[in-house]
Design a protein around this ligand. Sequence first.
Ligand SMILES: Cc1cc2nc3c(=O)[nH]c(=O)nc-3n(C[C@H](O)[C@H](O)[C@H](O)COP(=O)(O)OP(=O)(O)OC[C@H]3O[C@@H](n4cnc5c(N)ncnc54)[C@H](O)[C@@H]3O)c2cc1C
Length: 223
Amino acid sequence: MVTILKETPKNPITLMGERAGVCWGADIQDKEKNYKRGLECITSGHHRVMEYVNVEMILDGYSARVIREWYTHIGGAPTRLQASTRYINYKEFTYITPPAITGNAEAEKIYKGVMDTIAKACSQLEEDCKIPREDAAMLLPLGMSTKIVDKRNVRNLIEMSHQRLCTRAYWEYRQLMKDIMEALCDYSDEWRYLTEHYFVPKCEVAGYCREKKSCGRKGRRQD
Ligand SMILES: Cc1cc2nc3c(=O)[nH]c(=O)nc-3n(C[C@H](O)[C@H](O)[C@H](O)COP(=O)(O)OP(=O)(O)OC[C@H]3O[C@@H](n4cnc5c(N)ncnc54)[C@H](O)[C@@H]3O)c2cc1C
């Protein structure tokens, strides 16, 4: 469900070191030195260098609801395209069913029933009442699955992981973050290093929990 596009550099840490090297008058032809310099920058907290590394990816099959939350991460001016609700045939749209609903037969029946009713109503509005698809689409639910092509820098993604790996975050977003981390780990060794060391919930960064309703993973600041 997460596809990392080839425009994403395979060696993000080396690229960060290469950019920093320009400012230090260093030998930027030497890949090993670039890697070392990049690593030094990020371990020292000079995270501006992370903004030279873009991640381009396709997120497919997540709910319109989680993508709506995704769009709140605006640091570093990310960009994206989203599947249209005007031209795609949504009469048989697919949707996400939360695990809490899948595990409850009665709830699942109600949930599926509403989704079927929406699909049927969209179809009737369009075919029987000759309502344009873009207007019938107003009925589509937030649980409908969608697809986006997204581009943002790695500093933004790391900031995002601090918020969205927190147990207070919506379950589907936590799953989405984990899917992205898995896809990046598979993309290259440098991505695996970045993911394993920097994609962490915010309590790991602060050393304590900042949420009002804590899950107890870390103590409170006063403790
Ligand atoms: C548990 C939880 C509940 C939430 N509930 C809601 C809700 O009810 N309603 C809602 O709308 N949202 C909600 N959100 C989303 C949240 O409010 C933020 O919009 C989201 O986390 C993205 O903001 P960010 O600062 O984390 O990331 P980004 O916008 O990517 O920002 C990252 C960092 O970049 C810097 N930055 C970004 N933009 C600017 C700027 N314009 N000026 C200066 N510095 C900037 C800041 O240092 C910021 O910390 C919730 C999030 C969580 C995790």
